[in-house]
Design a protein around this ligand. Sequence first.
Ligand code: GLY
Ligand code: MN
Ligand code: MN
Length: 475
Amino acid sequence: MQVTTLPPDFNASIYAARRARLAAALGPDSIALIPTAPERSRNRDSDYLYRHDSYFYYLSGFTEPNACLVIDSRGHTTLFCQPKDPEREIWDGLRLGPQAAPALLAIDAAHDIANLDTQLPRLLENQTSVWYPFATHDGLEGQVAMWLGKVRARVRFGVQCPGQQHDLCAVLDEMRLFKDAHEQATMRRAAQISAIGHIRAMQLSARMLRQGQDVREFHLDAELLHEFRRQGSQYPAYSSIVAAGANACVLHYRADAAPVRSGDLVLIDAGCELDGYASDITRTFPANGRFTSPQRALYELVLAAQEASVAATRPGARFTDPHEAAVEVLAQGMLHLGLLDKNKVGSLQDVIEKRAYFAFYMHRTSHWLGMDVHDCGSYVESSPNKPATPSVRQDPLSGEAIINRESRVLRPGMVLTLEPGIYVRPTEGVPEQFWNIGIRIEDDAIVNESGCELVSRGVPVNPDEIEALMREAIP
Ligand code: GLY
Ligand code: MN
Ligand code: MN
């Protein structure tokens, strides 16, 4: 019988080491509060599937709701969590409980979460600073004020009330930006599972069309979900995009019921979450397994842009370098293929400077990836302690003022996506053969000592390889 809510391979020392690093960063006489996420009602008495808070999980590995971590600058950790309750556990499942928590989580003390309001003021007494994540938990600021009020009410007994509050996100975001070996291994595995899901969706599409079946986007979505779950992923890391034909030009399209037609491309942007870590993969493939020549021309352009972004992803490069590398290739290709008219938009340099490529490529090439799909971590070098000297430029399209800041320097252990794309809506002056084609190719890259490791290439990007694996699927 299961006696703990922790997974069998749970390694408490990973989280203890992170808490020790955090404690060292807080400064003397400081204390950090990290609540987990609330449960959220979906409708009537059904809740959304519970997902822990990423900061809380990063420091505890604990996935139960109704919990809060308190870490002081000596590294002393107290957990407030749900008490054991045989009646509730019949309905909702096992709880670790405050009695078992210290030994199993390698923490110093644990209490019933119901005692938070009475015990927390005691833990805040005689501290100088209190740290907690700002603007991430509804009502937390008010709770902290209430707890501090209780401390202040006891100053006549000689206790001291913390006089400073700091945003814990700044410290934890920087820690989370660099993935340790355990995190990298989990992310590799998450990406491998997602890659197989993508292959299965591609193969199902070809097979069903060949058999004359009515293929819908949800058939392909089901294939992804099936693979994610059968390999132990808890859920998709974000709402899967399965977009057939023109739907691929809607950037945040969701998997729906639209028909997947022979001759169309399908864009799938889907990745599983495994043990708290996201993967994020996009592939675009011909529904029937054969690219038409206009589709292939655009596909090869996006692939070349992605290759340029991969080559630019290495330690010492800037976060913006992969984007700039991709944009240059895409812009050149747009001029070459006639998506942009040289006579109207000018030279390659003009296209880049005036952002004329934006008509067909309107998002960035990368974001950090980690526990959150758009993971935390600063994209600029400056920090609140070391502000940059900013200059201001005007955006050529919107006219808005943009503060230039030094882009983040890539270092080993950072994980980012590389996801250029091209989206062609029906537009006068654009060759009709490209209308309604949307293509994105997205991989997950771990920056290493010499460049980067693409952990999501278990599903190919080469168009010949995609055609080959889709041919295999056809009986
Ligand atoms: N799937 C979300 C993204 O690619 O950013
Ligand atoms: Mn992405
Ligand atoms: Mn994506």
